[in-house]
Design a binder for this molecule. Sequence first.
Ligand SMILES: [Zn+2]
Ligand SMILES: [Zn+2]
Length: 148
Amino acid sequence: MTDAIEGGCRCGQLRYRVRLGRLPNVYACHCLDCQTWSGSAFSLQFIVPEEALEVTGTPHLYERVSDDGTRVSRQRGCAQCLTRVYNTNTRRPGLVVVRAGTLDRSDELSIVAHIWTKRKLKGIDIPPAVPSWPEGAPPAEFAAALMR
Ligand SMILES: [Zn+2]
Ligand SMILES: [Zn+2]
C-alpha cells in the first residue's frame, strides 16, 4: 500500500495512480507560464507514458493553443477545488506531464533537473550537481537527466 504511487487534487474528487516501479524523477520549470499556472516560483513535474496513468474522477479540461498556433496544451484539473493535476501537449503525443506536488508522497521526491532558470527567483539555489538550463533543455540531454 505504501509503495503505491498515487495522487490527486486537494478535495479528492480527481485521483490517479501511476504504474511505475518507483517514484518518478521530477523537474522544476521556472518559466513565466509555469509560475502563472502554479502561482508559485516554479512548477514541479514528471513525465510518464499515457498508459502508465490511471485516472479516477472527472477531470475538467482546459485547452490552450500556443501563441504560434503550432501546438495545443490540454490541461486537466479538478473543477471543484481547482487543483491543476496533469496535462498533455500535441507536441509530445503519448506522454503526460503530471504536477508532482499532487503526489501523496511528494515529500519523498527528488528534483533532478531545472529548466528556464533565467527566470529563477532570488533565494532559490540549485545544487551545482543538478543539471539546469537557462531556457528549455535539449530533448536528449533532458531525457538523460530525468532517467538518472
Ligand atoms: Zn478537487
Ligand atoms: Zn514552464
